[in-house]
Design a binder for this molecule. Structure first.
Ligand SMILES: [Zn+2]
Ligand SMILES: [Zn+2]
Length: 59
């Protein structure tokens, strides 16, 4: 499924797909704003966060 926010262009700053271009549940980490900080426990420093981790972090 093509990302609606960047129209599948995969913009690195796109908050919906974080540069993937395809919206399959990978979003920019909100805890570190996609910076991917090593200390960020939400995204493990990747700056991206999957749908599963998103749901898990809300619990
Ligand atoms: Zn996008
Ligand atoms: Zn993070």
């Amino acid at each position: 499924m093509r990302c609606k926010s960047c129209n599948g262009e995969g913009l690195i700053r796109c908050p919906e797909c974080s540069g993937e271009g395809i919206d399959y549940g990978i979003h920019k980490c909100e805890t570190c704003a996609g910076e991917g900080e090593m200390a960020c426990s939400t995204c493990q420093g990747s700056g991206k966060i999957g749908l599963f981790e998103r749901l898990k972090s809300k619990v």
